[in-house]
Design a protein around this ligand. Structure first.
Ligand SMILES: C[S@@+](CC[C@H](N)C(=O)[O-])C[C@H]1O[C@@H](n2cnc3c(N)ncnc32)[C@H](O)[C@@H]1O
Length: 218
């Protein structure tokens, strides 16, 4: 794709080089974009200040769950993209099964479930889509919720937790009990016994999903 629009771009962490314009409503996030990043317009997905068909592809990474009007936002992506729309989000049924949420922080699973966008709804609004798993490597350098699936000690680090929005939403007091159990299970070897199956894996499907629609335009 020679021209990409990144919607809900944040600081631009996942922007491909072909990005010609980014859209982001938060000035705080825009201020964190690196020098040399694509130009960024302060706006919302629901009202993109861009011409019809002005980019080949539109992408939206871990942002659709924030949109106040999902249908309007998706309609805008369809209006401005000629060939492809790519959305990264997650399947809440699978993320609820992630060991951290299921065994230690069930409250995070409930929050995650409440804010998630059903994949079928997204596919419907897009007028059809293919849905592909996005497995996470064991040494993932990003710090999102499931990034540390094979490095459980990381969740005991407050700096790591601060970068994980669903844990930040639960709040430190409500996390204390689950984290104490995790620390105890790591110290006793129970976690490693329970999750021996993970230790030999290099990749894990923790529920992240890529939703891709080819629009067929030139
Ligand atoms: C979890 S961050 C993801 C940022 C970036 N896509 C990334 O993956 O690094 C979600 C972003 O969506 C933005 N956002 C919230 N409401 C939005 C809306 N209605 N339209 C577009 N972006 C929105 C937030 O300001 C935030 O930057």
């Amino acid at each position: 794709m020679s021209s990409v629009l990144n919607v809900g771009a944040g600081a631009g962490s996942y922007e491909p080089p072909a990005t010609v314009v980014a859209v982001e409503p938060s000035q705080v996030m825009i201020a964190q974009r690196p020098v040399g990043a694509a130009p960024c317009v302060r706006a919302r997905a629901e009202a993109l200040p861009l011409r019809e068909g002005c980019v080949e592809a539109a992408m939206a990474v871990l942002t659709v769950h924030h949109w106040a009007d999902l249908a309007a936002g998706i309609a805008q992506l369809r209006r401005v993209a000629r060939r492809r729309i790519v959305i990264l989000t997650w399947d809440p049924a699978l993320t609820a099964e992630y060991w951290l949420l299921r065994e230690y922080v069930p409250r995070a699973a409930a929050i995650d479930q409440a804010r998630a966008v059903p994949l079928e709804r997204l596919a419907d609004l897009l007028g059809g889509a293919r849905i592909e798993p996005v497995p996470v490597p064991f040494d993932c350098t990003d710090g999102f919720a499931a990034a540390y699936w094979r490095r459980p000690h990381a969740y005991l680090d407050p700096d790591v937790r601060a970068g994980i929005s669903v844990l930040a939403q639960v709040g430190e007091p409500a996390l204390a009990d689950g984290l104490a159990r995790l620390a105890a299970d790591l110290a006793s070897g129970r976690w490693h016994d329970q999750h021996a199956d993970l230790l030999d894996l290099d990749w894990l499907d923790t529920g992240y999903r890529m939703i891709i629609t080819d629009l067929g335009g030139g």
